[in-house]
Design a protein around this ligand. Structure first.
Ligand code: GSH
Length: 221
């Protein structure tokens, strides 16, 4: 069942799916599109106009990263989903929480003014405090076993590492569980190899093409 992931190289939602595909060692092809100037066929296969889209067998197009990841997991046993239905539902809720956190992060990077950046930063930090309070002793979200919720948060934590290195947004030591979780995630091949080697430069280049306070801060990093 050939899989092709339709992608944008800097998209954290795409990266969630790449991590899942890599972790599950599922063979796949990847096709990058320019999201600002998408090819005509893209609107036929993506009902939301968003990436990732997973093309299966050349004819079915799945969209929404969380759905794509569950499908990839289902066809490549053993599963990365917790067996207990309540834990699974709880994980899905936190994956959704992670999507909001990704959007907050993007808004920080692309904030128009310093005030906008501070507002988005406050909202992002409130989310990180909630996440910190939710995490246990680790090493993974559910404890001993890596699962889809871990894959879903890796792009967020990877980007905060990068952003904090140049423009400190928060003190990582205030979030010891998130920090330890980030260390675990960044120790995985599936995570480190989920973005191009020159990802930091590509991100800076992307931001340098945008106006505003955030892009200026993060593209000069
Ligand atoms: N909820 C979606 C979000 C995907 C998403 O926002 N992708 C962005 C790129 S990172 C996109 O394709 N944006 C294009 C647009 O909104 O026109 C998912 O989890 O797959």
């Amino acid at each position: 069942m050939p899989l092709k992931l339709i992608s944008f190289d800097l998209c954290p939602f795409v990266q969630r799916s790449v991590i899942t595909l890599r972790y599950k060692k599922a063979p796949y092809e990847i096709e990058y599109i320019d999201l600002e100037n998408p090819p005509a066929w893209f609107s036929r296969v993506s009902p939301t106009g968003k990436v990732p889209v997973l093309e299966v067998d050349g004819n079915t197009h799945l969209f929404e990263s969380a759905v794509i990841n569950e499908y990839v997991d289902d066809i490549t046993p053993p599963t990365l989903k917790p067996a207990d239905p309540l834990t699974l539902a709880f994980n899905r809720a936190w994956i959704e929480f992670g999507s909001t956190a990704i959007i907050d992060q993007y808004r920080i990077m692309t904030a128009e003014t310093e005030q906008d950046m501070e507002d988005h930063q406050a909202s992002a930090l409130a989310g990180l405090h909630r996440l910190e309070a939710q995490l246990g002793q680790g090493p993974w979200f559910n404890g001993a076993d890596f699962s889809l919720v871990d894959a879903a948060f890796a792009p967020l934590l990877m980007r905060y590492r990068l952003m904090n290195a140049s423009t400190p947004l928060f003190d990582e030591d205030e979030f010891p569980r998130i920090k330890a979780w980030g260390d675990q995630l960044l120790g995985l091949d599936a995570v480190t190899g989920s973005v191009p080697d020159d990802f930091p430069q590509r991100l800076r280049h992307y931001l340098s093409g945008k106006e505003g306070y955030g892009p200026k801060r993060f593209s000069n990093a």
